[in-house]
Design a protein around this ligand. Sequence first.
Ligand code: MN
Ligand code: MN
Length: 474
Amino acid sequence: MTTKGKEPNRTKDLEKKLKLQGKLAWDRLDEKERKEVFRFAEGYKKFLDRAKTEREAVQEILNAVKGSGYRDLSRGGGGNKFYSINREKSIALALLGKAPLAEGLRIIVSHVDSPRVDLKQNPLYEESDLALFRTHYYGGIKKYQWVAIPLSLHGLVVKGDGSLLPIQVGESPDDPVLVINDLLPHLSGKTQDQKKLAEGIEGEKLTALAGSLPYSDGEAKERIKLRLMELLHEKYRLVEEDFTSAELELVPALKAKDVGLDRSLIGAYGQDDRASAYTSLQAVLSLKNPPRPVLALFADKEEIGSEGNTGAQSLFIEEVVRGMIERSAESPSETLVKRVLARSKAISADVESALDPNYPEVHDKQNAGRIGYGVCLEKFTGHRGKAGASDARAEYVGEIRRIFNAHNVAWQMTEIGKVDEGGGGTVAKYLAVYGMDIIDCGVPVLSMHSPFEVTSKVDIYEGYKAYLAFLSSP
Ligand code: MN
Ligand code: MN
């Protein structure tokens, strides 16, 4: 017997008990925790400003852990916290835990490279009395987003005598910047405006304006280029051949900013995937005495398929595990390295696409990442029929779910977009081959791969909580 007055309560109880509850992460926090969310975001913004390239990110991570007692894994000596750097572009942090290595590690892999515009190896030319750099973009960019915005130049030049010259121009307030020009609307109507968006700017037209001053001798050829070379020689002792052995990257000359009048969001370049790199770094730094040994890998080259000797497909991870075994005074053998990896549990920490109110049609709303709902778990990535997916098994998803719930982490189960819409992939499948369990987990991002990606401060904080909960679990 029920009365009319009691019926709504029963419905509410039943809904609460049975239905999947989507709840804004903000609503789960008290006043003190909300303050912590905003405080955490300040450190994250500083990291984004200092670490705009993979090399700078490695340096920032190294600086952060050196002050916390981490030692070089390749050197002798005791301790239980180590770092290992792979060619200045990738870094691993390793912690020995209470459990023996042979029982497997807790692993988090993020990446520190981001889409950008690289200078070509023979970049400098003069045209119409302007000096310009030819470029070759890196990763999946929408080329039209990279024109008519201030760009800074970051990277390294290896000179003829082998000396190294780090370059960073465009980040200080009084630094000059570079820019890729676009056609004015007055003259683009019949040509550029008629093209498909993806073809509106051609790769070869992504040339960056570098100067316009002429060399003093009016008889000289290519006077603008010559004057620029003269300046580069005066300032850096550079000659044109030095560009051939350089890695110079153009990235947005923009600082990380609060977005929204309520300051709840963060806009910045490179949040894919420094959102995961920073939060997993902070999680590692928060660990005291983890039950299982921990490995945090910050990989390079994810944006071009995790290739090369600094990408997640390289065997660097095996080298790090070998080092951990040596440090734990067990005898390192190939069998043990493989066994440790096979028994490990991992998170591929990478950002997820967020539902954009302007483009809901590319998502299945019920399974889309939502800004403000916490960290995203992706059981699988891939294209169409899950092609190229790692696909975590249900048992492992269940374990991660239990860990997150036990630690009060705000999380959402998501997939990148509609089934036939497109897709994407991460490093998960390259680590899954070792036999470890691995699942994708990262914060939702708006305008992913653009010069100014947007995340929510609360999602960033929940990402940190999620990674810390994972690494702290037995
Ligand atoms: Mn990514
Ligand atoms: Mn990406």
